[in-house]
Design a protein around this ligand. Sequence first.
Ligand SMILES: [Mn+2]
Length: 312
Amino acid sequence: MKTNTYAGIPEEFGKLERAKIVLIPVPYDGTSTWQKGADKGPDAFLDASANMELYDIETGTEVYQQGVYLADAVTENESPESMVEAVHQATKKYIKKNKFVTIFGGEHSISIGTIRAFNEMYPSLTVLHIDAHADLRKIYEGTSCNHACAVYEASQTTNLIQVGIRSMDIMEKTVMDEDKTYFAHDMAVDDTWMDSAIDQMTDNVFITFDLDAFDPSIMPSTGTPEPGGLLWYETLEFLKQVFAERNVVGFDIVELCPNSQEKSSDFLAAKLYYKMLSYKFMDEAVDDEYDNTYDNSKQKNNASKFNDDDEY
Ligand SMILES: [Mn+2]
């Protein structure tokens, strides 16, 4: 990575000890089917972040002062399976350090690892999946760790809610829970979808955000753009409400496929990330201790999920 700290923030805010937030870059693009380049996503995102104003007008905060530690990138790419396992372990390592863990991809297969880690650490996890694609294939091109399979495991092991969907294979209907799926064509004509989706969420929510959920008019730099996507302010309105009404335990953002002729997508990704942090911490004083609540969940008789107590 080119920058030493996230967004070029002063070093005191970038130290692991005091940071409440950890950012793990995963520059992986092993299974993309069409346009390659998601491996360049984290660098482009970090570049854009370093050129962004750090005061958020809407919340009146400078969330970077909560501390953002830029972790070493996960670069394992021997196989899709080994990449997923490396992401799983890195994510878990920082959850155990009581951090608010965020991950920037890379293509969407990385989320199999992030979701697995959060699901092991939190009881009754909701996965909020914001994407143009259903990503519910059990196996694709010989592996269950393909980007087209990103939330199959989550559909079996968590409360999965899908938002923005407008592209899928007919076979995915056998896996999809349509009561918890918000299709883009319905969202366009129904303004109650935000409340309905939030009503279906348990308290602990992990957000996996594929940037192709956005309309290509504002997010062209992604591997598989689909017309008819989300716009900026409706997305922020929804996210702000999710952060206000539920305990968002972490999130990932994936599928930025940068184009040197088109920088606005990189900037949108940078801004989206910062907005999500701002919503998470808007009511928390900078010197308050952060408690990611995973210890509490331990006491809620969730012991079986903690048996693999791997140390780092
Ligand atoms: Mn997608």
